[in-house]
Design a protein around this ligand. Sequence first.
Ligand code: ZN
Length: 311
Amino acid sequence: MRRSFLALLSALLVTLGAAACGESTAPAPDEASEADVATSAEGEDDGWGLRNDPAAQRVEPFQIFDNLYYVGIDWVSCYLLVTTDGLILIGSLYGDFIDNAIDGIRAVGFDPSDLKYVLVTHGHFDHVGGAARFQEAYGARVGMTEADWELAEQPPSDPRYEIDVPVHDMVIADGDTLQLGDTEIRFYVTPGHTEGVLSMEFPVRDGGEEHRAFVFGGVGLNFEGVHRTNLYLDSVARIGRLAAEEGNPIDVNISNHASMGRIFERAEQLASRGEGDPHPFVDPQGFVDWLAELQRNAGEKLAVERELAGE
Ligand SMILES: [Zn+2]
């Protein structure tokens, strides 16, 4: 009885995670079937159809800050960061959706051939799937952590997650920085969701005001094990310490899945922002509250993982 409750709870966590972030490390078959049972009980499929429906995924690209644009789809983010010396893409989408990003870059007035870097938050297909194309077509450098290069280079256990693997390029380590024109990006390795999740911070500008934007590169809890869950909790705690830095709070949450950082909700508020109104993406307390929520969810997962491990 207790065993099946745990299995159900675990399946629920897997389902929630899978809905939030596609994974290229497919769950073990028993977990997959449990997740399927959990979702089919609600009369839905595993979300794959909706996540790959061009009409459902189409998002009109939009500007967030003077130097930052959204060029992603509904379920996966992709951001264009504009510098005085070229363009940086954060995330690369996958499959047919790579064209959405390319069209989006043009739609907001830039030339994809000015892309200098594609930064990949982790090696799952939905973030790295377009990297090879940007490398080949525009000569963009591709950067991610060594652990997630290895992940991206492994053949996926589910053929649906197959990608064109980019040529092994920039390996980004904790504490590295990248300077392009007027913009410096600072990197943090924050494992948990994958072994080599890459988080980053950079300045965003709103008229005369500069803000500290942060991308937590692996939010979803669709992974297994006590060790990985502890890594995740450590990563969230570390980001919390960065966020609370004296006089320099992280005040903008740029999430690699739009729904996780209320990106579209804030974009709507931004579209109707009046003269002198605060920028709806600038929300330091919101970032702290969000981290606390991630910590709570991961804490619950840790209890389940411990039970499953017989600890
Ligand atoms: Zn992922």
